[in-house]
Design a protein around this ligand. Structure first.
Ligand code: 3PG
Length: 306
């Protein structure tokens, strides 16, 4: 009998687990849970005899993959798979998949929650500003970007998008303006939302030069990965520009320093929580289990990323 382990430091909502269990058990497999673990040794022990593994942002490095001698497939229930050692997985013949699009709306909604918090001064009662008529730039126009564009248009914002895979024609079809690269996007948008993947190519690319280019009363929202921001540059920009604000659910390492130095101009959530809704958990979790069942039963590797 195939054993499917769900290993999540940040657990799925209980309804999601119920639905995931139903999918796995209907296929005749066993679902195991390792939630809120604090010690890597727990994960290493739990993966020892499982055939499939479902994770969220949990670190799946070579040590974890090497400890899982029966492992055939890892599904990252979510979009970004920078937490999985793809090279080692590929060498070991382990299939890696993600569940693209399943948690995108949740991330897009959190972006606007953070944005509204900042433009309304943390709801402290003082006069803030409005979103209507402002330009909203989406850096990385994928599944989340499409939801962001829909919401931003609802606020009456002018939407711009920038992505290596977005053509001017596609932008027109999507009803947004095409940005010809990050410089065009940052220099035109009062608000920029970062939605690019975290990898070697994107590490630290959001730098002082780009942030300084943003128009007056700039707000940068990062619900992607903390590594894409040059943190020293972010601190410099907040120092040099009193009109610059920053929000993230992926807090930088210098979070406490920034909160102390720039109160009211930075906001960070308690933990990474863009995808943390019942709906996103159900969508991503059940997609992960269905993909595993389809892989074992039919060899379906549709969402394979390695
Ligand atoms: C993703 O890549 O899908 C998001 O960053 C969500 O991450 P999470 O599953 O850890 O909330």
């Amino acid at each position: 009998m195939k054993k499917v382990l769900v290993a999540t430091v940040k657990p799925f909502a209980s309804e999601a687990i119920g639905r995931m269990r139903a999918v796995v058990e209907a296929a005749g497999y066993e679902l195991r849970l390792l939630e809120k673990y604090s010690d890597k040794a727990e994960l290493l022990a739990a993966v020892a005899d499982v055939h499939a593994l479902i994770v969220r942002s949990d670190q799946c490095d070579a040590e974890v993959l090497n400890a899982a001698s029966e492992l055939e497939i890892v599904v990252r229930a979510g979009a970004g798979y920078d937490n999985i050692d793809i090279e080692t997985a590929s060498k070991k013949g382990i299939v890696v998949m993600n569940t693209p699009g399943q948690n995108s709306n949740a991330v897009a909604e959190l972006t606007f929650a953070l944005l509204l918090y900042l433009v309304r001064n943390g709801f402290n009662g003082n006069a803030g500003t409005e979103l209507l008529g402002k330009t909203f730039g989406i850096m990385g126009y994928g599944n989340i970007g499409m939801h962001l564009a829909r919401i931003a248009k609802g606020f009456g914002m002018d939407v711009m998008g920038c992505s290596p895979t977005l053509s001017p024609e596609q932008a027109t079809e999507q009803g947004i303006r095409y940005a010809d690269g990050p410089i065009d996007l940052f220099s035109s948008s009062q608000v920029v939302s970062l939605n690019i993947p975290g990898n070697r190519d994107t590490r630290g690319i959001i730098n002082r030069e780009l942030m300084m280019m943003m128009p007056k009363c700039a707000i940068l929202v990062n619900t992607a990965r903390k590594e894409i921001i040059n943190e020293a540059d972010l601190e410099k920009v907040l120092e040099e520009r009193e009109d610059f604000r920053y929000a993230a659910d992926v807090a930088p390492d210098n979070r406490e320093l920034l909160e102390k130095r720039f109160p009211g101009r930075v906001v960070f959530t308690a933990r990474k929580m863009g995808a943390q809704t019942d709906e996103a958990n159900i969508n991503a979790g059940t997609a992960a289990t269905s993909q595993i069942v389809a892989f074992f039963q039919k060899g379906d590797a549709t969402f394979q990323v390695n």
